[in-house]
Ligand binder design. Sequence first.
Ligand SMILES: NC(=O)c1ccc[n+]([C@@H]2O[C@H](COP(=O)([O-])OP(=O)(O)OC[C@H]3O[C@@H](n4cnc5c(N)ncnc54)[C@H](OP(=O)(O)O)[C@@H]3O)[C@@H](O)[C@H]2O)c1
Length: 319
Amino acid sequence: MTNPIEPASIPLVPGAPLIPPFGIGAWQWGDRTIWDYGKGLFSDEDLHAAFDAALDAGVNFFDTAEVYGEGRSETLLGQFRAARPTPPVVIASKFSPLPTRLRKTALFSALKASLERLQLDCLDLYQIHFPPPAFGDDRWLEALAEAHQQGLIRGIGISNYSEADTRRVHARLAALGLPLLSNQVEYHLLNRKAEREGLLKLCEELGVRTIAYSPLAQGLLTGKYTPENPPPGLRGRSVSAARLAALPDFTRTVQIIGEARGGKTPAQVALNWVICKEAIPIPGVKNASQTIANLGALGWRLTPEQVTTLDEAAQALPQ
Ligand SMILES: NC(=O)c1ccc[n+]([C@@H]2O[C@H](COP(=O)([O-])OP(=O)(O)OC[C@H]3O[C@@H](n4cnc5c(N)ncnc54)[C@H](OP(=O)(O)O)[C@@H]3O)[C@@H](O)[C@H]2O)c1
């Protein structure tokens, strides 16, 4: 298969790692609470095939976190990578700044445990998973700078940070001589808060990449969930009845655009919309067929008119 990835448009700082323009989310790889791992719906073999399918197509960026499946996601990713040492992969993981973690040493312990599970000496991108609920993040930023100095991480990112906090962290890291590479936030057609509040624009100005998590709105944007067939479990309970009721009409609009683009699916259109907004989508997958289907979002672009049609249709949806 040919490589479908568009050339990266990342303003690279010398020595900083490149964050590819499309990635695969690995929250599902071990998570029993939301994603039903271990319940017979998808297996480790399915996940291994999902990993291989991405690499076969030239997509080599994977996003995980120490908390996903209580470390299982990192362990699986480490095993899959070790079984296929080439091509090189780019792995992003996350540190949870829990209130029980008080000292800088806590970050080093967490990072070393992640590296061990991932079977790596150095992590490409280490992200603070969310703004610390207490005591600020200065000590974590200093610890990240030290980890970088020691060669344990190549790049630093944050996640779920607001505009003001992103600006502050960017300046703090700059004072430590390091670039802030990315802010990973929820961003998709059904949640445009990052766009509305100016976070996307700020990140672009600062040269910080926006990584869009839940780019398929946890499956809602694939078109397979309806009021009669809501997403299972907690996912279904977090969507309002009004929004679910309006979803089929919205999906129809997405389908019409996909048909005009040579038969693209709603998921492919939704992921392409994220790319058109200059963010990096990292759809979560459970098997190779979901991976391959999502890769159909690459190698083409919605027209500006199609993006506007989608923006307006999404705007009209109830919360
Ligand atoms: N930083 C953070 O706080 C944070 C938070 C959330 C997520 N994330 C990251 O972002 C990644 C993606 O977000 P997400 O997993 O929440 O949601 P998502 O990518 O919007 O949705 C993923 C789910 O959609 C369904 N799906 C995916 N591709 C499909 C396809 N082609 N056809 C049909 N169904 C498909 C699958 O679930 P079903 O088959 O069960 O429907 C899959 O598990 C995560 O894996 C994680 O790495 C980060």
